[in-house]
Design a protein around this ligand. Structure first.
Ligand code: FE
Length: 349
């Protein structure tokens, strides 16, 4: 959907102001073959208008990525092993990542140098619709405090989910849509909180219901998938076509660790939409509506090495689920897909 250029530029400047971009700061726009041309143009113009010392680094694509060429391969990025680029990015005050370095060791290295990073993949009209503000940060940080204090996350649903996940071994990942603190990584658009379950302890059943979503497939599930989970790993995948597709995709990596559990959490973006994924073809969207919509339970499979865990699987599947009820230490956080009013952070608690 076309958006008036002036409006887009204003939206980008608003995001950069939230990121506390200052006159004279060193800012790098990282681009590649998959970066949206309009986003590149807006990133450069908005950053220049903020008075940043600005440059653009354009990198070639990764050759022969993951399974079926999709981004369920979390191992390689266009700057993997590219020392000159990594060191240059570490010297920047801020990087606008229009390529997607997520899940990579080089991203962790850049952040450790104190560089702020904001990943931007969605097309311009999604960015213009899913703007963010300080309320989103307050809401996410309030949820992060609840999650940090918890010992057990439990999720249930009328479809049959009954899954218990001890937490506390790994840090909390908070995304509020802008990078305003040294060493903070964020993703525009995004608002959710997550962590990785304590290793080898999750147990129960996860029923992925009709209308839930799976990435990188970028599709709605059409038939229930029943996952049995024991000692932190998926031990059984039952159901119809969708179950078969998920099982065969995981098996295609020839890696038992692909059946592990990665990050889990819930969505907190009031403007994100469950239905947005159905309005686009697959190359048009990264799926942040699906991952962020308010009250979703975001389950995922594969590695926890990004958080410091021992599972280094290259296979990672995000599974945003609607209509689940999440509780922490027995205290309800969401109820049938709705964030309870006491947990929306609307009062900046
Ligand atoms: Fe993920």
């Amino acid at each position: 959907m076309p958006i008036i250029d002036d409006h887009q530029l204003a939206v980008w400047r608003e995001i950069l102001q939230l990121c506390k971009v200052q006159t004279g700061e060193n800012l790098i726009v990282l681009t590649g073959e998959t970066s949206h041309p309009k986003n590149i143009d807006l990133a450069m113009r908005a950053s220049a208008a903020m008075g940043a010392h600005l440059c653009r680094i354009d990198v070639p694509p990764v050759v022969g990525g993951g399974a079926f060429g999709q981004r369920s391969d979390v191992a390689a990025t266009p700057i993997s092993g590219h020392r000159m680029v990594i060191d240059t990015l570490k010297r920047a005050d801020m990087v606008l990542d229009l390529v997607g370095l997520l899940h990579s060791p080089e991203q962790l290295e850049i952040l450790a140098a104190g560089t702020r990073m904001l990943m931007i993949i969605e097309p311009p009209d999604v960015l213009a619709r899913l703007t963010t503000n300080a309320d989103d940060k307050h809401r996410v940080l309030a949820a992060a405090r609840q999650l940090r204090a918890a010992k057990v996350m439990h999720v249930s649903s009328d479809a049959g989910t009954d899954l218990t996940m001890p937490v506390g071994q790994f840090p909390i990942a908070s995304q509020w849509g802008y990078a305003d603190e040294p060493g903070h990584w964020d993703h525009w658009p995004s608002a959710f909180v997550s962590t990785w379950p304590t290793e080898n302890l999750s147990h129960g059943r996860l029923v992925i219901d009709e209308g839930d979503m799976m990435f990188p497939f970028k599709s709605y599930v059409q038939s229930k998938i029943v996952l049995d989970i024991t000692d932190g790993f998926i031990t059984s995948i039952q159901g119809g076509f969708d179950a078969k597709y998920l099982r065969k995709h995981l098996e295609s990596f020839n890696d038992p660790n692909a059946f592990g559990i990665s990050h889990v959490g819930w969505g907190l973006h009031p403007k994100a939409s469950w239905g947005a994924l159905g309005l686009r073809d697959k190359v048009q969207s990264h799926g942040m509506d699906s991952r962020s919509f308010m009250g979703n339970f975001l389950f995922s499979t594969g590695p926890n090495s990004e958080a410091g865990g021992s599972n280094h699987s290259r296979c990672h599947i995000d599974i945003p689920m609607a209509d689940c009820s999440v509780s922490l230490d027995g205290v309800p956080i969401t109820d049938h897909g709705e964030v309870l009013p006491s947990n929306t952070g609307s009062t900046h608690a």
